[in-house]
Ligand binder design. Structure first.
Ligand SMILES: [Zn+2]
Length: 251
């Protein structure tokens, strides 16, 4: 019989906590080393447990985990930093981002170091309270890019021609692909990007950090882009926080 137990240590963000039984919990995490994963802990919500305060949304935590019978258990946790927002708008945006991340399938082998850094930067920017909707949009586009679901916004996805300065780029329905006006599309969407919006998105894709401040899209551009992203998510996930997020964005 094999009694060996392996321990692993990583930094993480808590995305979701689900109680089960009397006081146990499954905690869904985005870890720096291993991407999304779930940890079990018996007594997580018991009176004397320090963990609910340490492993909570909007906090970066260092965890030590053990692996048994193909499951992963929380051994220790210590708080690294808190990203505190107390206003409704900040909380809604953060909940939306955490729900989005909690929806990504586990056991996918993707470059999670970048996603982890993007999340930390986004939370830091949101805590500072500047350009929050732009930060949320940038985060979503970079996430789709990591998932291999975004295309280039500078070239037509059909004829591969580079969009000229005055040209609009038309979106394909439920996809992050764009085509030019000369390429007839069998389907039409209301969403299109101007040159300045394309430049903004391209710079979001190419800058790995959010400082120096990135170019911003105006509110109506953000709303239109978000609506198109929603049509992409519709095919993938059900996001409960999306309607509240949209209410806030459009108010
Ligand atoms: Zn074309």
């Amino acid at each position: 019989m094999d009694h060996s137990i392996s321990y692993k240590k990583t930094d993480c963000f808590c995305l979701k906590r689900r109680a089960y039984g009397k006081s146990s919990a499954v905690i869904h995490l985005l870890t720096r080393e291993f991407g999304p994963m779930s940890l079990y802990h018996k007594g997580f919500f018991s009176k004397r447990s320090p963990y609910p305060a340490i492993l909570d949304l909007g906090q970066e935590t260092e965890v030590v985990m053990t692996f048994r019978e193909e499951r992963c258990f929380l051994k220790e946790a210590s708080l690294k930093r808190s990203f505190n927002v107390s206003d409704h708008s900040g909380l809604t945006l953060m909940s939306f981002i955490f729900e989005l991340l909690a929806s990504i399938p586990q056991q996918t082998h993707l470059p999670f170091h970048q996603l982890y850094q993007d999340l930390a930067d986004t939370l830091e920017g949101m805590t500072a309270g500047k350009g929050r909707f732009n930060l949320a949009l940038r985060f979503q586009l970079r996430l789709l890019n990591i998932l291999g679901m975004t295309g280039d916004v500078d070239h037509c996805s059909r004829c591969h021609k580079r969009f000229s300065k005055e040209e609009w780029a038309y979106a394909e329905p439920h996809c992050w692909n764009f085509f030019c006006a000369s390429c007839p599309s069998p389907l039409h969407t209301a969403f299109r990007l101007s040159q300045s919006q394309r430049q903004c998105i391209t710079s979001w894709f190419h800058s790995d950090r959010i400082s120096p401040p990135l170019p911003h899209m105006n509110r109506s551009g953000v709303v239109q882009t978000q609506k198109h992203l929603n049509s992409i998510y519709e095919e993938l996930y059900t996001l409960q926080s999306l309607s509240e997020y949209m209410r806030l964005l459009e108010s």
